[in-house]
Design a protein around this ligand. Structure first.
Ligand code: 5AD
Ligand code: FES
Length: 360
């Protein structure tokens, strides 16, 4: 319906985005800023149609185990950066991680995500042991790792041990912007190298960026979209930047929910069968952020599966939601919330369409 109010040029732009993804930088920027009434709704409607062609009404859950908040890095935006002395640090034992996995499997998760800071304690040997045991106990589950930058050989060993997927946000596709968000010792080239290594090894790879991170410009976001179009990741995690009070970005403004929703729709149109989470950051920035995300083209939710006694210690940003809720409660809550959007949580590995044949 909104289409009737939309100028022909705006509708034509969305159409071309969907058909070819081949837009100029200026046209991508137009889509991200178009203020015509009804435009954002139209974009979301088209994104939903594309998402439904690829995945129907299904929403996939990922059980997120935040197994260590110890990190050797000092990313300027992140609450658990090394330099933050006010964090109570923890790491789960192998037994605790495995028991979280068991609980998750019983609750209906078919993807277990192990996420943590870059904690040197978790050497290849220790990670391989955990992945191998998870793989043995839950042969019908996908195992996703989100443990930062490592060397290719290490990624290969973890893959051989049974990991299927890897999440490593690129954070920004612009080298100078990357340098503004990270300390000198972190390298844009190494991060990009890691993503290509993961891809070469055979992981389903997820990258992504924060929306509205400090110093981010429209042209940085356009660059991110170009990078996504070229790299064609299986997953894209995006969420608004939210300041953390113990970082040098404490007084920076939070990223925009509306821009995040627009980007979700654009990414869906650009990569029709991408796995796209409505992130916890989006749910933190807006009480209905995750629902809005699903209605803008997202098809994945990542509820927290960490033991409740560590939940409040894995704070990358302020006011994070669900830090007091049991995993079972989050599943119940999300199943209801998802149903209200007209979509449906399903108990499935939720592999990327390109990779489904490998894991029937
Ligand atoms: N606000 C929003 N997202 C953040 N992340 C880290 N810190 C913040 C923050 N302050 C994101 C990064 C990282 C992912 C795990 O969380 O993109 O890759
Ligand atoms: Fe955690 Fe709603 S998703 S309480």
């Amino acid at each position: 319906m909104e289409e009737m109010h939309l100028s022909r040029s705006a509708a034509e732009l969305v159409d071309r985005l969907e058909r070819t993804g081949d837009l100029s930088d200026g046209e991508f920027a137009d889509i991200l800023t178009c203020g015509e009434p009804g435009f954002v709704e139209y974009l979301a409607e088209r994104a939903r149609a594309v998402r439904e062609r690829a995945y129907g009404k299904e929403v996939y859950l990922r059980g997120l185990i935040e197994f260590t908040n110890i990190c050797r890095n000092d990313c300027k935006y992140c609450g658990i950066r090394r330099g933050n002395k006010h964090v109570e640090r923890y790491r789960l034992t192998e037994e605790e991680i495995l028991s979280c996995g068991d609980i998750g499997r019983k609750l209906g998760f078919r993807t277990i995500v192990l996420q943590g800071g870059e904690d040197p304690y978790f050497t290849d040997e220790r990670m391989v042991s955990i992945v191998r045991k998870l793989r043995e106990r839950h042969p019908d589950c996908a195992i996703t790792l989100s443990i930062g930058e490592r060397e290719k050989e290490s990624y290969q060993r973890l893959f051989d041990a049974g990991a299927d997927r890897y999440l490593l946000r690129h954070e920004t596709a612009d080298r100078e912007h990357y340098a503004m968000l990270h300390p000198k010792e972190m390298s844009f080239d190494h991060r990009m190298r890691c993503l290509r290594d993961l891809r070469e090894i055979g992981y389903q790879v997820g990258c992504g960026m924060m929306v509205g991170s400090p110093y981010q410009t429209l042209s940085h976001l356009v660059k991110d979209l170009r990078f996504l179009r070229e790299f064609r990741p299986e997953m894209v995690g995006i969420g608004p930047f939210i300041p953390h009070h113990e970082t040098e970005f404490a007084d920076q403004p939070a990223g925009s929910v509306e821009m995040t929703l627009r980007l979700l729709s654009v990414i869906r149109l650009l990569l029709p069968d991408v796995l796209l989470p409505a992130t916890t950051a989006l749910g933190t920035a807006d009480p209905f952020g995750r629902e809005k995300g699903l209605l803008a083209g997202a098809n994945v939710i990542m509820p927290n599966l960490s033991p409740t006694n560590v939940r409040g210690k894995y704070l990358l940003y302020d006011h994070k939601i669900c830090t007091g809720d049991e995993a079972a409660e989050c599943i119940r809550c999300m199943t209801l919330r998802v149903a209200k959007t007209g979509y449906q949580v399903v108990e499935s590995r939720g592999d990327h369409a390109r990779r489904r044949a490998e894991n029937p």
